[in-house]
Ligand binder design. Structure first.
Ligand code: FMN
Length: 337
């Protein structure tokens, strides 16, 4: 019997709610499996993203943590904890080889009526312009392909959020960047970009509130830079009602939440967060002040009542960069990997 639900059984968020609810999730339920159909839904969403000239260079390799338990060790130190917990990892790449067939893709847009004569499109004109690598420098081609990949990734992220999953993009610097080519047998034309964790959040979906953003009027303009696009409070209020705009973090209880998760997954006291969470200072001139340290009593109070994961799932503390090098040498992983 199929375990794919019918549409009426799928509990899905609307787009505004998904955009507003999405957070980079860095704590996952390590043993709650992600349904394969949800991963497929994310990839289907990525496939449908817009791309420059219908380039379609987005590529993804899906990996399951339990089938490849060492993979997290090749990931940059700040991402190791996240990647240990996430049951699914997606390695996002773009394929420069698609530039070779982009002329065909554009002809296809004409063939299917997306582009038309009224907009100035002609078969031979397109044939003369493409492939683009004959015309544009590499840096520009990579920039275009990376923007397209970003669109695809965001589609996948919003699909995941709408289905109740958490995701986080991770820089896979260091070992992973060198290792992915051999590990996944990437063709030379593939450029590995970002690694994404996917799983059910162990932290609240709201991640303790929306993360800091610069003030709206410093980002968006009308007619010229410096002339802020007017931010109508009534529109803000409407978007709050539609869940697109949600309360800014840190919401009350966030310190307790992250420290209890730290304890739950077996990390010792030295890994408990011992600074005071406060309002964001992004956008304030000279706002980057050092955090206030908490006393050990305050830190202990934040984990009162916490218990370790009954499944015995224990995180391996972050392996620092210098240790990774040691590990690579021990395992005989060379730079060429
Ligand atoms: C391309 C990209 C790479 C990122 N790399 C990392 C990373 O290596 N580690 C990490 O913890 N978060 C990473 N993030 C998540 C960002 O820190 C996060 O999007 C940002 O702080 C805003 O928070 P939010 O996504 O919860 O709104 C990455 C995000 C993007 C878009």
């Amino acid at each position: 019997m199929s375990n794919i639900p019918s549409a009426s059984e799928v509990d899905i968020m609307d787009t505004f709610n998904a955009i507003g609810t999405r957070r980079s999730i860095r704590w996952y339920e390590p043993h709650v499996p992600v349904e394969k159909w949800k991963i497929q839904a994310m990839l289907e969403a990525a496939r449908l993203a817009p791309s420059a000239g219908n380039f379609n260079g987005q590529r993804a390799i899906v990996v399951y943590r339990d089938e490849d338990p060492e993979i997290w060790e090749f990931i940059s130190d700040w991402s190791q904890i996240t990647t240990q917990m996430a049951p699914v990892l997606v390695f996002w790449c773009y394929d420069m080889a698609n530039y070779d067939i982009q002329g065909q893709s554009i002809h296809d847009l004409m063939r299917t009526g997306a582009l038309d004569k009224a907009h100035g499109w002609e078969y031979d004109r397109v044939s003369n312009l493409f492939p683009l690598p004959g015309l544009l420098p590499d840096a520009i081609l990579h920039r275009l392909a990376a923007i397209d990949l970003g669109n695809a990734i965001e589609n996948a992220i919003l699909a995941a959020t709408a289905l109740g999953l958490g995701t986080c993009l991770n820089g896979a610097s260091g070992g992973a960047r060198r290792n992915t080519k051999a590990k996944f047998e990437l063709p030379d034309t593939y450029v590995f970009s970002w690694l994404m964790t996917v799983g059910y959040p162990a932290e609240k979906m709201d991640g303790g509130g929306t993360r800091s953003r610069p003030p709206f009027d410093t980002m968006f303009f009308e007619k010229k830079v410096g002339n802020a696009f007017p931010r109508d409070p009534e529109v803000v209020s409407l978007l709050e009602d539609l869940n697109l705009i949600q309360p800014a973090g840190p919401l009350p209880g966030r310190l307790e939440e992250i420290n209890k998760l730290t304890r739950r997954f077996g990390l010792g006291d030295e890994w408990l967060t011992d600074w005071k969470l406060e309002e964001s200072q992004v956008g304030e001139v000279m706002g980057d002040k050092k955090f206030t340290s908490l006393s050990s009593e305050e830190v202990q109070a934040s984990v009162a009542g916490a218990s370790v994961d009954p499944s015995g799932f224990t995180l391996v503390p972050t392996v620092k960069r210098e240790k990774i090098q040691e590990y690579r040498e021990k395992k005989g992983i060379g730079d060429a990997d």
